[in-house]
Design a protein around this ligand. Structure first.
Ligand code: PEP
Ligand code: MN
Length: 369
């Protein structure tokens, strides 16, 4: 059960103290306090965990400071949709809005290699009006002898270049909690020229200790990729780990499932789950067409498979697109075969705009009944 308190509740007031005293005295109930700091107000939510079936909604609603009460099902307690449509499903980070109604494109390098390539990528993004990108510094690799990413050494110059080219958010995978400290130190040292969306990759979807530690920090939002060999429910529960530790700013990423049933694509495309995740949870949903398709193969109609599946995800309501690009894919240190060229950025964005417009028209049509 969630008790949503009046906005900007004073935690030092007698009524707040009385409320907590009352709740803590309830048998078999634990109380967790969550604060959402918005631009205009702070919203405090109290999560009651335990034998909440014994509690009456009317009794809880009449307690001091309580604005309304939401009874939630066992699953996805925080990120789930439940019966209450008034709870926000959007957040803002470094001036960029993320929600189930918005669409943000994160085109960029799978792995940071040279300052020249990073700069060429960022210049192309700026020329195309983009303020988000992807840049991998820590790469989880199948083979221990493969390039593992430049790690913390590249962060200062990547962040500085991002600032120069107006990039507001970089999606960056982390594979260990110490990477968050390294990112924070580099941001601090460079004067915070940009923001970082912490990405947890498919190989770490159920790394529960990593999820818990990233969930405890509330500075950066998190993009959690779906596990490539587990059920959707298991991956959504992994997202809930982040939220249960305090960080509600979670984006859920679909990136295809590992099975040869998807051949010749690298993974079996699962973008039909975009509306499903939006129905079950309040998370914005990301699609990763690059790691799903894994190649630059082109259909006879002239469109790359990567563009076809991107359109499929966007027309189904995706809120974020994560896509590999590279100024010279043959020189890329990771995933060159699936990278799009900088000259393909504009056609890619145009194609996304066509699919987005079609999605919005479909929604308008559905509202007409
Ligand atoms: C990536 O985005 O670079 C990546 C490794 O993705 P995934 O975790 O989906 O394989
Ligand atoms: Mn990759």
């Amino acid at each position: 059960m969630i008790l949503i308190l009046h906005p900007n509740v004073d935690k030092k007031s007698d009524s707040y103290r009385l409320l907590l005293q009352h709740l803590e005295a309830l048998p078999d109930i634990q109380v967790r306090v969550h604060d959402e700091h918005g631009t205009e107000q702070t919203l405090t939510e109290l999560y009651l965990v335990g034998n909440t079936l014994a509690l009456s909604e009317d009794d809880m609603s009449s307690l001091p400071c309580v604005e309304r009460v939401v009874r939630i099902s066992e699953e996805y307690r925080i990120l789930g949709r439940h019966a209450d449509e008034q709870r926000p499903s959007a957040f803002e980070y470094n001036g960029v809005k993320f929600g189930q109604d918005t669409l943000n494109v994160f085109a960029g390098l799978c792995a940071v290699d040279t300052p020249e390539h990073v700069e060429q990528m960022m210049r192309a993004l700026q020329e195309n009006g983009q303020v988000c990108t992807r840049m991998g510094a820590y790469k989880p690799r199948t083979n221990p002898y493969s390039f593992q990413g430049h790690g913390k050494d590249c962060l200062p110059w990547v962040f500085e270049l991002a600032g120069q080219y107006g990039i507001r958010v970089i999606a960056m995978e982390i594979t260990h909690e110490s990477h968050v400290d390294e990112i924070n130190n580099a941001l601090e040292k460079t004067g915070r020229p940009t923001g970082v969306l912490l990405q947890i990759g498919t190989r770490n979807t159920q790394n529960f200790e990593l999820l818990k530690s990233v969930g405890r920090q509330k500075v950066h939002p998190v993009l959690l990729k779906r596990g490539f060999g587990i059920t959707l429910e298991e991956s959504l529960n992994a997202a809930e780990y982040l939220a249960s530790e305090g960080n509600h700013k979670v984006i859920f990423g679909l990136r295809g499932m590992k099975t040869n049933m998807g051949d010749p694509h690298r993974n079996f495309i699962d973008f039909a789950h975009v509306p499903v995740v939006k129905r079950l949870t309040r998370m914005p949903v990301c699609i990763d067409p690059s790691h799903s398709v894994g190649s630059r193969d082109r259909a006879p109609d002239g469109l790359l498979d990567v563009m076809h599946v991107t359109a499929q995800g966007v027309i189904a309501g995706a809120n974020m697109v994560l896509a590999d690009f590279h100024p010279a894919p043959e020189k890329a240190l990771v995933d060159g075969p699936q990278a799009l060229l900088l000259s393909e950025l504009k056609p890619f964005l145009d194609d996304i705009a066509i699919a987005r417009e079609a999605y919005l028209k479909r929604c308008a049509r559905a509202r007409e009944g």
